[in-house]
Ligand binder design. Sequence first.
Ligand SMILES: *[C@@H]1O[C@H](CO)[C@@H](O)[C@H](O)[C@H]1NC(C)=O
Ligand SMILES: *[C@@H]1O[C@H](CO)[C@@H](O)[C@H](O)[C@H]1NC(C)=O
Ligand SMILES: *[C@@H]1O[C@H](CO)[C@@H](O)[C@H](O)[C@H]1NC(C)=O
Ligand SMILES: *[C@@H]1O[C@H](CO)[C@@H](O)[C@H](O)[C@H]1NC(C)=O
Ligand SMILES: *[C@@H]1O[C@H](CO)[C@@H](O)[C@H](O)[C@H]1NC(C)=O
Ligand SMILES: *[C@@H]1O[C@H](CO)[C@@H](O)[C@H](O)[C@H]1NC(C)=O
Ligand SMILES: *[C@@H]1O[C@H](CO)[C@@H](O)[C@H](O)[C@H]1NC(C)=O
Length: 474
Amino acid sequence: MLLALAATIQLSSAETILGAYVFHRHGDRTAKSTPPSSLTDLGYVEVNGHGSYYNSRYIANSSAARILGIESDVVKLSQLAVSSPSDNVLQNSAAGWLQGLYPPAGYASNQTLRNGSKVESPLNGFQLIPISITSTNGGSENSQWLQGATNCQNAESSSNDFFNSDLFNSYQSSSLDLYRSVSPAVNGTFNESQLTFKNAYTIWDLLNVALIHNSTDSNPALADVSTDTMHQLFLLANIHEYNLAYNSTDAVRAISGAVLAGQVLTALNSTITGNGKSKLNVQFGAYGTFLSYFGLAGLPPTNAIFTGIPDYASSMAWELVTNATVSANGDFPSTSDISVRFLFNNGTSSSSADLTPYALFGGSSIEIPWDDFVSQTQKFAVTDQQQWCSLCGNTDGACASNTTSSGSGSSTPAAASSSNGSGISTAVAGVIGAMVTLGVILGLEALILLLGGLRLVKKGASAAALSTNGAAEK
Ligand SMILES: *[C@@H]1O[C@H](CO)[C@@H](O)[C@H](O)[C@H]1NC(C)=O
Ligand SMILES: *[C@@H]1O[C@H](CO)[C@@H](O)[C@H](O)[C@H]1NC(C)=O
Ligand SMILES: *[C@@H]1O[C@H](CO)[C@@H](O)[C@H](O)[C@H]1NC(C)=O
Ligand SMILES: *[C@@H]1O[C@H](CO)[C@@H](O)[C@H](O)[C@H]1NC(C)=O
Ligand SMILES: *[C@@H]1O[C@H](CO)[C@@H](O)[C@H](O)[C@H]1NC(C)=O
Ligand SMILES: *[C@@H]1O[C@H](CO)[C@@H](O)[C@H](O)[C@H]1NC(C)=O
Ligand SMILES: *[C@@H]1O[C@H](CO)[C@@H](O)[C@H](O)[C@H]1NC(C)=O
């Protein structure tokens, strides 16, 4: 009685969070130009810490922002959906983050057998949480050029157009001296002709990683790369990546953000229609998807920071909130009483893991009524395969099959199946304009890997051989 009373008082007092969608970047990793990229111990610590932050916000009993009815100690898998592209860095980041979200439960995780003995799960009640694999959003950290991994033909050619733009050409020539100046530090990876704005991200990334991890003994020239030089290289990388991810007059370029927007809409809608059966959705993905979404959601015009690459372990969250009186077992309030709030945390660039709310769609209110959020999001979101295929102009892979049988209920676009057939051709298409640096540096090696991978697939044709063969992507 007392407990029930306490619960009612607590819940009816203020705002309640009914559910949330989180999109998260990985932690510190090795450089893209020294593949395969892997999550470092530092990165593991970072994502784990951010997982703990989300525990303290959404999960912990004591949190005022706890998601209504979510299990606070031992995870209930039906309440949680976690996904990541098939990628070492992102999958391991998701796993490390989950250890913080639902830490080992100790005795709370004990189960009692029929014969009365109690079993505690290994590692002090470590909680196993599956991570499903998404084939959307081009999140592979082994991909030098993120757009290339989306498999969306029109988006790739749109991003390639950036390399013919006036903007690109002006930076390409104005930055030559800067890039030449770092040659001694990166000449093991980039030759003179590759040291240009065209490789702005991978050059900055290589140096950024080296300045965190590599000793001066291993590369004395690193000591000559000043903080100011790194800052300039980072600003150029931001311009490069933002323009590859978003162009206000060419919507398809932001395909990964459009797909994410569709996924957020679908997931939050099912939290509402299912009265909170599913409560928390988490997806790990690449900074390019952040940038695409920022552009589509109208964030940069009101806040220029949103044209910058989010740092390691950054995350954005969409929360369903209500001021109506609700109880954990009751029905949700009507959608007119539900709003969406967007929040962002700039990962390791921020002094804390706290999320900061921002107004979406160029508006001024932090809380957006659900119906407005839906109509604004639908202006750019891609919510099904057919829409994806027509926007991308793809006719192969998943786009070749008939469009009426959508298969299993949820219609998240499968992004032209990451099967090898289409993967190779799109990778080749990407090379033409975007000059996937690795293809040039390790041209022969990649070719050998690619041929080796194909042989593997022909022999085994096993799912494992297909999914572990990332060579085509590189
Ligand atoms: C959280 O609340 C539940 C239900 O009231 C309780 O069983 C559990 O022990 C609490 N957990 C913590 C860490 O306080
Ligand atoms: C109870 O059952 C488990 C699993 O079959 C077994 O390992 C354990 O020894 C049993 N305990 C007792 C006291 O019989
Ligand atoms: C943006 O798209 C327009 C229209 O396709 C194109 O003319 C322009 O060059 C693009 N700008 C950049 C920076 O890619
Ligand atoms: C890179 O430049 C440094 C300093 O100029 C030089 O000592 C080194 O031999 C160069 N390495 C390569 C691979 O060219
Ligand atoms: C940093 O170290 C890694 C691993 O040894 C190496 O592959 C990479 O080229 C180094 N980077 C620089 C800029 O020296
Ligand atoms: C939400 O889900 C319901 C039930 O599946 C569906 O009828 C409705 O169109 C969905 N709304 C949005 C915005 O996706
Ligand atoms: C995140 O931090 C980076 C580095 O400080 C900055 O360039 C970028 O604009 C920031 N982005 C946002 C959205 O705060």
